[in-house]
Design a protein around this ligand. Structure first.
Ligand code: DGY
Length: 319
């Protein structure tokens, strides 16, 4: 019996590609360029399934033009904001994601950004790197201590929970806002704020871990930034659309925010050039889940979902 044909749109881990080639007829975009709308539409007539990343956009317009041969989109991502789910459902196309397996890697990057933002990581590195470090002073690069500080987490799914665990290791006090309150076990002493505005007032550091949806677009706007205590630090490893970037820039420029650590931007790739002149904005290019271990786990989960689908079962991670 012939194997299903799948398209792998980007350079996934070697283990993922090897397993995919063993079990499927694979069309692999080894140029590793994002699949544009026209590529997705053209390819859909040759494939039974696809493993895309968040760089391939299945908009309503694209979905309307997909060939009926394409039956499953097994995302190599936890976020599915690049997929118009109602449009895909109406075409009967199954969509899956990779929850859980990237929580630790993403929380590690959030910790890195939080610490680097709090302790002048960019300014310190460039001082030494450029040879401009010619004096030491007790007033040099005095930062903000995380020990004992309150960390507000928006979104206590897998990544938010991993962030809370890691931050407890730094003796931070955890506060959170989530659609539903966690069980006492899962809360592990974290303080729940039913009202997002109350959480903001209690956050010396604020880390975003909720999905991008029409409801969360621009969630962190000028009014909400203003509710943070003066000198707060914002960390975003979730999605750029959650933050009003003009408002963030204004809060950095007035000094209301001491610093920010960002792995996600409204415009990706590229980011926001206006942030570049502020060395208290630490930036990474959307690489929260980029560890070898996590890339392998994401690939394995995407393939598990495909395998179930082609066996005629419901995949574990249908969204
Ligand atoms: C995710 O999985 O959603 C990450 O942002 C990488 O795509």
């Amino acid at each position: 019996m012939s194997k299903p044909v799948i398209w792998i749109t980007r350079t996934l881990s070697a283990a993922t590609l090897a397993r995919a080639r063993r079990d499927y007829d694979v069309i692999w975009n080894d140029a590793d360029t994002p699949g544009r709308a026209a590529d997705i539409i053209a390819m859909s007539g040759q494939i039974d399934g696809v493993i895309p990343c968040h760089s391939e956009h299945f908009t309503a317009d694209v979905v309307a033009q997909l060939d009926p041969r394409l039956k499953i989109i097994a995302n190599h991502s936890v976020g599915v904001d690049h997929c118009d789910l109602p449009a895909l459902r109406s075409r009967g196309i199954t969509v899956t994601n990779t929850p859980g397996v990237l929580s630790d890697a993403t929380a590690e990057l959030a910790m890195m950004l939080m610490l680097a933002a709090a302790r002048h990581g960019i300014a310190g590195d460039s001082l030494v790197r450029t040879g401009a470090w010619d004096a030491w002073s007790p007033a040099l690069l005095v930062g903000k201590q995380v020990t004992g500080a309150r960390l507000g987490i928006i979104g206590m799914g897998g990544v938010g929970l991993a962030m809370a665990r890691k931050a407890r290791g730094f003796d931070m006090k955890i506060h959170y806002h989530n659609r539903t309150r966690l069980s006492p076990d899962m809360e592990a002493g974290a303080i729940y704020h039913d009202d997002l505005d109350d959480l903001l007032a209690a956050s010396d550091f604020l880390s975003l871990h909720c999905p991008s949806t029409p409801q969360t677009k621009g969630l962190i706007n000028a009014r909400r930034l203003d509710l943070l205590p003066p000198g707060a630090v914002l960390v975003n490893t979730a999605r750029g659309s959650l933050v009003d970037e003009d408002a963030l820039l204004a809060a950095i420029e007035t000094g209301h925010l001491a610093a920010a650590g960002l792995d996600c931007f409204d415009v990706e790739p590229g980011g926001n050039p206006a942030f570049a002149k502020h060395r208290n904005i630490v930036m990474m290019p959307h690489v929260g889940s980029a560890t070898m271990q996590t890339r392998d786990a994401m690939g394995a989960m995407a393939l598990d979902n495909l395998d179930s689908f082609f066996r005629g079962e419901t995949p574990a991670n249908v969204v």
